[in-house]
Write a protein that binds this ligand. Structure first.
Ligand SMILES: Nc1ccn([C@@H]2O[C@H](COP(=O)(O)OP(=O)(O)OP(=O)(O)O)[C@@H](O)[C@H]2O)c(=O)n1
Ligand SMILES: O=P(O)(O)OC[C@@H](O)[C@@H](O)[C@@H](O)CO
Length: 427
């Protein structure tokens, strides 16, 4: 078993915690969190997670195993690790990877500064990979450097959209029932074919559910089950809850999961995952303007329009370079490409076009350097013509330009297309 790299700066940026819980839910979760040591100075019921990541991704149809396929130039598994790292009361994350992918996995942990990660060798099937992960936590194994948890979460490495609330639900339910798993309504009806590939019968869809992840178990329940199960189970089984029932006689508590718990299996799932990630990271926009002296500056109109389109935070910076340095120092761009758009207003009165263009063309040089830091820098020229003796028309043309500028900025943020870096777009 190999441990992830020691120490180093902070883990992947902490994400939202227990969003949306109110009233009794919040109180219940707070007491559960304290039970798992999420609050200082209390006895922690240790929780660890095992992530099977030793598959080859055949159904994805590409040479790279899907857990290492890039989304926004970052491997899929890194998003899943980040989701689990956001949960402070998960003390150890055990990832099962094949020997041939061990160095790749170590590189991902190092590059994205993942913490609390330990690596074990995967097995030839998912169940065997999970079993290897559990062995790393069981104290009856040689060279075991991890302490046995009270509860163990099992979660596929290719299910990146797992939130703290569902993890808390399955862990709390596992503490009470011995096992728990997330479920979702079936989308298609389940049928049973006859030997000659004709319909034998179909199941009443409303009576069944799809078994998803995460799942959670009292450690001894699932470890004992794996130690007893047959080679057939290890070779052909796909359901941990079934092993807990069959060998530990524990009926898992089923917990309704969110729609985003799905597993990345086919190529279309990768496109869907990218869209969801783009949507989530595009919710935070920082408008950089050096207009604080001039409250009447058109930049404030743009800022107001952006607020209707995106969730905008505003901040004043005199120069793009200073902003780029701040982004780099914040390590923000390690996890996601950061979009920086340098907006310039082309108004005849203050600066002749030629002089303005000279300043704006610096963007191209900045952009090449910025890309090396995963910062996507583009320029936007917002043109608003002066209209002699017709203030109304002038205002109208200005608003048209600002609206076009808002559309361009939104597209740059949502798409994060590195092909547009260093370009000067005009609204
Ligand atoms: N021997 C295996 C097989 C699968 N997995 C992991 O189990 C999870 C879910 O399995 P699945 O979606 O079937 O992944 P693959 O086996 O890689 O996919 P495929 O069946 O298309 O090859 C994945 O994170 C996968 O990496 C594993 O740890 N060890
Ligand atoms: O069967 P696969 O190897 O594609 O994936 C494993 C899934 O079956 C499993 O993650 C859930 O169904 C819950 O057990």
């Amino acid at each position: 078993m190999e441990l992830g790299p020691p120490g180093g700066s902070g883990p992947a940026e902490p994400g939202p915690r227990l969003r949306g819980l109110r009233g009794a839910d919040a109180a219940a979760s707070a007491s559960s969190l304290s039970r798992f040591g999420a609050e200082a100075g209390c006895r922690a019921s240790a929780v660890a997670a095992v992530l099977p990541a030793g598959g080859s991704g055949e159904r994805m149809g590409v040479p790279t195993p899907k857990q290492f396929c890039p989304i926004l130039e970052r491997p899929l598994i890194s998003y899943t690790l980040q989701a689990l790292e956001r949960v402070s009361w998960i003390k150890d994350i055990i990832v099962a990877v094949t020997r041939e992918n061990m160095e790749t996995m170590k590189g991902i942990i190092q590059r994205y500064q993942h913490k609390r990660i330990s690596l074990v060798e995967a097995g030839v099937t998912r169940h065997r990979s999970i079993f290897n992960g559990l062995k790393a936590l069981a104290e009856d194994q040689p060279n075991c450097r991890l302490s046995k948890p009270e509860v163990v979460i099992i979660h596929d490495a290719v299910r990146p959209f797992v939130e703290e609330d569902v993890l808390l639900k399955v862990v709390t339910a596992a503490q009470e029932h011995g096992a728990s798993g997330a479920i979702r309504p079936l989308v298609s009806t389940v049928i049973s074919p006859s030997a000659d590939s004709c319909l034998d019968h179909s199941l009443e869809r409303a009576r069944y559910r799809a078994s998803e992840m995460p799942q959670a178990f009292l450690f001894d329940v699932i470890y004992d089950a794996y130690q007893q199960c047959s080679d057939y189970d290890l070779e052909f089984g796909t359901e941990c809850l079934h092993l807990a029932l069959k060998y530990s006689h524990i009926k898992a508590k089923l917990v309704e999961g969110s729609p985003d718990l799905w597993k990345v299996t086919y190529k279309r799932d990768l496109y869907a995952a990218e869209s969801i990630i783009k949507e989530r990271i595009s919710q935070k926009v920082c408008v950089v303007m050096d207009t604080k002296e001039d409250e009447e500056h058109v930049g404030h109109c743009l800022e107001e329009m952006l607020k209707t389109e995106l969730n905008v935070m505003t901040s004043d910076f005199e120069e793009t370079q200073r902003l780029l340095n701040m982004v780099e120092e914040s390590n923000l761009s390690i996890l996601y490409p950061v979009v920086v758009i340098s907006v310039h207003f082309l108004d005849y009165e203050s600066v002749p076009l030629g002089q303005k263009m000279e300043k704006v063309m610096q963007i191209r040089e900045f952009a090449k350097e910025a890309k090396k830091r995963n910062i996507l820098l583009s320029g936007l020229l917002i043109y608003f013509p002066q209209v002699e003796n017709n203030r109304g028309l002038e205002e109208q043309k200005l608003r048209e330009s600002l609206r076009q500028g808002t559309t361009i900025i939104s597209a740059l943020i949502k798409e994060r297309n590195s092909g547009l870096i260093g370009q000067l777009l005009v609204a």
